[in-house]
Ligand binder design. Structure first.
Ligand SMILES: *Cc1c(COP(=O)(O)O)cnc(C)c1O
Length: 359
């Protein structure tokens, strides 16, 4: 069996032990004589799986009472529309902080729906290379939306805006569960699973129960937080297999000491990689140091030609997914929860060697 060093941005690496468990349980889940893929979403067996996924999410993340954990399809991108549709009545202002391509898409989607959108801060002036700190919260906003980790540009919020009565909505697609957070500061969190949590096809929504009442009746059923909440994510057929894998990933986190432990490992991974980038000047980080992401690490080399060579030689050394996003170029290493320290160390060693041969 071959396993590469996987730096893909998404869909991304999953823990090997989770994949092994999926393999072992694939044909006969728990003595049921069938696969999770083949069973009814209304069966007792699946009911336990989805309930466990919700319970483990709350336990692992330390979510206080008064929140619901929901599962949607349509990716994080569907949530770009669902958030304004559910939370902003006509005439209400929707506030956003724009920190990159995903925030921009969220903003565009709200505008498309005819909402009154205000961008209260943006880092576009410097190619989204930092997290803005200079902004004022409008108390008349329906919500404030931020993107906690900017997958493409490699910036990450280290602490979140204090919004008072204004609901704080966070797209956590690429850093959910990367560290321990005070979840009570958020009113709605959503995340596509395929970066840090599971396979593509499932999006988790964590929502304060009080907010469910805001959903108007005249929006599509499959986007209504109120209806999907009332039906515990079982209004129609949910993405059953993906929910099962999320459950296994959460169990893996718990078995490995929880988010505190994971955060320490993630810090170490990011630390050795950024240290290598900063060491000699051969590599150049593109993000202001106080805004650097611990999940997506973009950097440049002296020329595009050298970057191409870097990616090709890395690939030959079984390190894949290092080419930067097509919109920004350069190199990007995504070092999500399931990417082991040894894989990051292998990249650091490769970088030092590549510099020796090309510096
Ligand atoms: C990948 C990503 C998205 C889009 O996710 P889909 O599930 O493909 O719709 C949105 N926001 C962020 C921060 C992402 O990283």
């Amino acid at each position: 069996m071959k396993r590469v060093h996987n730096f893909n941005a998404g869909p991304a690496a999953l823990p090997l032990s989770v994949l092994e468990q999926v393999r072992d349980e694939l044909i006969d889940y728990n003595g049921q004589g069938l696969s999770v893929m083949e069973m009814s979403h209304r069966s007792d067996v699946f009911d336990k799986i989805i309930k466990d996924a919700e319970r483990l999410t709350k336990e692992v993340m330390g979510i206080p009472d008064g929140y619901k954990v929901l599962f949607f399809q349509g990716g994080a991108t569907l949530q770009f529309a669902a958030v304004p549709l559910n939370l902003a009545a006509d005439g209400k202002n929707c506030d956003y902080i724009n920190t990159g391509e995903w925030s921009t898409k969220a903003i565009d989607e709200a505008q498309k729906l005819g909402k009154s959108v205000r961008v209260i801060a943006s880092s576009q002036d410097q190619t989204f290379s930092y997290i803005p700190t200079d902004f004022k919260i409008n108390s008349d906003a329906a919500y404030l939306h931020v993107t906690s980790n900017n997958t493409i540009y490699g910036t990450q919020w280290k602490s979140f805006p204090k919004t008072g009565e204004v609901p704080l909505v966070v797209d956590m697609s690429s850093d959910i569960n990367c560290c321990k957070l005070d979840m009570s500061q958020f009113d709605l969190v959503y995340a596509g699973a395929q970066k840090n949590m599971g396979p593509s096809g499932v999006t988790m929504v964590i929502i304060k129960e009080a907010l469910l009442e805001r959903s108007p009746a005249n929006i599509p059923t499959m986007m209504s937080y109120k209806i999907i909440g009332k039906k515990d994510s079982l209004y129609n057929t949910p993405p059953t297999f993906g929910i099962y894998i999320i459950k296994l990933v959460l169990e893996w986190i718990q078995k490995n000491g929880g988010l505190e432990k994971l955060e320490a490992v993630n810090n170490k991974k990011a630390d050795i990689l950024y240290r290598e980038i900063d060491r000699s000047g051969f590599y150049r980080g593109t993000v202001r140091k106080d805004s650097r992401s611990m999940m997506n690490v973009p950097f440049r080399l002296g020329s595009e030609e050298l970057e191409k060579k870097f990616v090709a030689e890395a690939k030959a050394a079984e390190m894949i997914g290092l080419k930067g996003h097509r919109s920004v170029g350069g190199i990007r290493a995504s070092i999500y929860n399931a990417v082991p320290l040894e894989t990051v160390q292998a990249l650091v060693d490769f970088m030092a060697d590549f510099e020796k041969r090309n510096g």
